[in-house]
Design a protein around this ligand. Structure first.
Ligand SMILES: [Fe+2]
Length: 104
């Protein structure tokens, strides 16, 4: 990814913002890895290779979760919004609206 996670000159950004930018880039990379493994697993015929890929994908779930939790601890509105959406039953769009209201 190089330095392209910055959309503003890096020297104008605080250390905290640069850390968040790195963690957001990592979050994106974990999602990409989850997607790549999902596709590979779906077409792999060799059982052992498939099991290894499933194990690797599980690691990416963990990495994604840790990256996300780090970011949510730094951004109250994001955390407040997601508290209304994640791990809940019901209409996702309605939960999203509740999350938006909660963060206002
Ligand atoms: Fe990872």
């Amino acid at each position: 990814m190089g330095f392209d996670q910055y959309h503003e000159p890096a020297h104008d950004l605080s250390e905290e913002t640069r850390t968040k930018a790195r963690m957001l880039a990592s979050l994106t990379e974990e999602v990409e890895a989850i997607n790549w493994y999902e596709q590979r697993i779906s077409v792999e015929k060799d059982k052992e290779a498939k099991a290894i890929m499933q194990n690797a994908q599980q690691e990416e779930f963990k990495h994604f979760g840790m990256d996300l939790e780090f970011l949510l601890r730094k951004k109250d509105k994001w955390r407040t919004t997601l508290k209304e959406i994640l791990f809940k039953e019901g209409d996702i769009v309605e939960l999203g609206a509740k999350g938006e209201e909660a963060a206002e």
